[in-house]
Design a protein around this ligand. Sequence first.
Ligand code: PTJ
Length: 248
Amino acid sequence: MDEIDVPESHPRYESLLTRHRIEHGVDLGITSRQGLIAQGRGEAYDYLLGERTTESADRAERAAAAHLLRADHPVLSVNGNAAALVPGELVELGDATGADLEVNLFNRTEERMERIADHLRDHGADDVKGLDADGRIPGLDHERAKVDADGIGDADVVLVPLEDGDRAEALAEMGKTELVIDLNPLSRSAQTATVPIVDNIIRAVPGITDHARDLQEASRDELDRIVDDFDREAALSAAEDAIRSGGL
Ligand code: PTJ
């Protein structure tokens, strides 16, 4: 047994564990109530994908790892759902790629910002950005636009899990390379991403970390080749096909 009172052999163990983590995130004041709705939406897509990482998503995760490793300043953006679902896994990905962690919320409140930063520190993060809020994403209203000038403001590559479409578009317009984790291949975030990763965040983040560790010694040429060979349109179509055929 682990975290929830359901045996790991249960066919829906992962899905039930995910729900439990999100509920717990709301209780801790980390996840917004809207985060519950977002999770329900994600779960439906994941069910249709067969709750597995498709080959195409795995290729996207490798491309994301290559982008993070060759970046000058990679940043992992963390919202209330990501913090509840994969706090330790995000810290590990940051360690494996040299990326900073920045709390960046759709429904920003100072209290939730502090709680998420503390939660990440409890899971091993040394430095958590996002609290200075001395930078802005152009084209968004005040609260949603806040970023750290030396964090997302300065980043060349940003991993944005479960982002709303508006902000994903605004970040892309700032010229940043966006790696998006979103189970809906038709969402604006996935559609605007340099690398759309259509996979559950609880599998995607450890998946990117595994690839990053595997590519630790890779040459710049090899990283460039992985990035250049990645076909975002093919990834989006493969995900849509998998969902339409019920994960077959
Ligand atoms: O914590 P905050 O204030 O920053 O708010 C975060 C949420 C997620 C509430 C906010 O960004 C939001 O409203 O997002 P949306 O517009 O509902 O988009 C969330 C997207 O993530 C949807 O396309 C879902 O299908 C997808 N999604 C939900 N759960 C998962 C997921 N993708 C991957 N893994 C999941 N576990």
